[in-house]
Design a protein around this ligand. Sequence first.
Ligand code: TYM
Length: 331
Amino acid sequence: MRIFSGIQPSGIPTLGNYLGAIRNWVALQEGNECLWCIVDLHAITVWQDPKLLPQQIREMAATLLACGIDPGRHILFVQSAVRGHAQLAWIFNCIARLGWLNRMTQFKDKAGKDREAASTGLYVYPNLMAADIHAYHAMGVPVGDDQRQHLELANDIGEKFNHDYGVEFFPRIEPLILGPAARVMSLRDGAKKMSKSDPSDQSRINLNDDPDTIALKIRRARTDPEPLPSEPEGLEGRPEARNLVGIYAALAGSDVPGVLREHGGKGFSAFKEVLATLMIEILSPIAAETRRTLADPASLDVLLRDGAARARAIADPIVREVERLVGLFPA
Ligand code: TYM
């Protein structure tokens, strides 16, 4: 199966990105043809400092490589280097309906109270996502739970395009939302998603946090006074507890019932200690490898340019065919 997914270079990736997406990407590299995209065009839907953005892109690439993304057998590239994404997104702006975009919960969350002041790019963000995927005829899209609605929209766009132009051109996309940590929550508030753009650094684990910082953030993570239950039903109404158990399960390659069988009855201070130890064991080598890769930015740039050339070879003919189907004047 051809697989596509993307990540915004809008900050240091978090444990949420790692457990909800990147780790699953690495596993899916076995037996599939994968495209992994650093989506800078999506990142600029909110303000990004132009002096910092190129370095943020390199840091994201280095982190993905350190996590196990394989740029030899698969394709790692930067979105803006393949012009077809923006070209197809424009056509999709003309396919998607205002009513569809008005239902997008992520826009409402990100735009906040002052919706009038949000960029129009933020509003059509999901159309560009649909273009990312459909430009490759990708069929599997591994993402965290927060992207489910955007992928439904991408299917609606593909279907409406096929219907309007009387073709069977875009295939249906299958969202791959995998594992016990598809929605990692903030360490400070079990009702909020862990996010690289949260103003509070204490709310998240960054993939470049050092061991002491990780241990401290986990120790300070919000929990309730009850011990861990032995059954998943005991996590009902305890979002912070559920979050830490889900994180542990994902890191240990286990599931929630398995973790509770092993650790049920423990108090949180003891559980947090085993959680921090496991997290440090897994994340420290990633941070070290990221630093090593970043020391040679020229090689990183070559690798990303090579990825973009290989991505263009797939996307360009597909986007040209869309333009022909739409009746745009041949270039
Ligand atoms: P981004 O950069 O916000 O997130 C990248 C991936 O990480 C997942 N994720 C999480 N998973 C679990 N818990 C969390 N707290 C958490 N935070 C983030 C996201 O679900 C995502 O899979 N819009 C996309 C980027 C994108 C894309 C695409 C994805 C652009 N084009 C095409 C798939 C296909 C995004 O959310 O990026």
